[in-house]
Design a protein around this ligand. Structure first.
Ligand code: HH2
Length: 329
């Protein structure tokens, strides 16, 4: 791996206090240098509400809080607001850098959730979590009205799996609030996306889509350095498409924005290992190592404590390899 000149590598900065703080790699025993992604591309940081999310220097962990009865891996577990708030605070203590709250399942086959229902699910949770932790809350929604209300309630990022296509007003809402936006690739809608997805060149098509959605977001007033791109693992993709996109993360990083990867507990892991939903933590860990090493700057995960450690260890290995001058073999 080529080493970045030191002046191109900004110092590690913490956006906020963390229970499992990255704490200079255990009191200085680690290699101490920030990890350079394999692609060599250094994405920008994200700024929101006075916080700097240091996506130029490390991979952040986005912890999932699904306030839904039907999400694919944890549906119903946190549907009650008290349970959802407690879970959000628990994953903050486990090392989440961002808490992603969603009130609509986007699993394959999921149907549309009414605005009033989605608002009633997420708002009490966003409000209470934002009041009780400094860890920024992101709102996982396709609806401008939900984004607007969640931002007013204290959310500081918007995560839109439709990349601003389902409700074009969403991009203007994010622009007005001056918050980062995750733009994700999806083929079709959750209801139909797994109906025989086909691509001629999945990487080229996803890359072109993300570039076009970034341009659309900028045209709507979103700042360039507020954009995050996401290949949308499992969203209108066969396993071979997921693998091709995960192999192409360095190329997607060259779009110039932090790349978010959401593999956690997804079906392709279950199919690779022949394991059910509740036994996919090791498979998820493998995908997180892979993604971090190929430049992902946010991983969206359910198992925060374990994956925060996986990310930190992967970055320690990368920094150690860079300090040693690359491949030792
Ligand atoms: N995956 C899910 C939901 N939101 N957002 C981004 N940016 N990237 C992803 O890969 C992603 C996402 C699906 O996971 P989950 O939230 O656990 O399930 P459900 O959609 O069924 O609630």
């Amino acid at each position: 791996m080529a080493r970045l000149p030191t002046e191109e590598v900004p110092p590690l900065s913490l956006a906020h206090g963390r229970a499992e703080a990255r704490g200079a790699l255990d009191g200085g025993h680690g290699p101490g240098a920030p990890a350079a992604p394999r692609s060599g591309a250094v994405p920008h940081d994200l700024r929101t509400g006075g916080l700097v999310l240091p996506t130029s220097t490390r991979c952040l962990v986005m912890g999932v809080v699904n306030v839904t009865p039907d999400s694919f891996s944890d549906g119903g577990a946190y549907a009650d607001p008290d349970t959802a708030v407690a879970h959000a605070l628990a994953i903050a203590a486990e090392g989440a850098d961002v808490i992603d709250v969603g009130g609509e399942s986007t699993r394959p086959g999921a149907s549309y959730v009414d605005l009033a229902v989605e608002l009633a699910r997420v708002l009490p949770v966003v409000e209470r979590v934002a009041a009780r932790t400094d860890v920024p809350v992101s709102i996982d929604t396709r609806k401008a009205e939900v984004a607007r209300a969640a931002l007013a309630a204290g959310a500081r990022l918007v995560n839109d799996v439709s990349a601003g296509r389902d409700d074009p007003e969403l991009l203007a809402v994010a622009a007005g609030a001056g918050v980062p936006v995750v733009l994700m690739h999806m083929r079709g809608t959750p209801a139909t996306m797994q109906d025989d997805p086909r691509y001629g060149d999945v990487v080229g098509e996803v890359e072109a889509f993300l570039a076009e959605r970034c341009a659309a977001a900028e045209a709507a007033g979103v700042a360039r350095d507020a954009l995050v791109v996401d290949p949308g693992i499992g969203f209108g993709k066969r396993d071979e498409h997921n693998y091709a996109l995960l192999a192409a993360l360095p190329r997607l990083g060259r779009l110039g924005h932090p790349v978010l990867v959401g593999t956690s507990r997804k079906g392709f892991i279950g199919r690779a290992l022949g394991l059910p939903m509740d036994e996919r933590v090791e498979g998820t860990a493998a995908t997180v190592v892979w993604s971090v090493e190929r430049g992902a700057r946010i991983v969206r995960v359910h198992d925060v404590r374990a994956m925060a450690r996986v990310v930190r260890m992967t970055e320690a290995l990368m920094a150690g390899a860079a300090a040693a001058g690359g491949d030792a073999g």
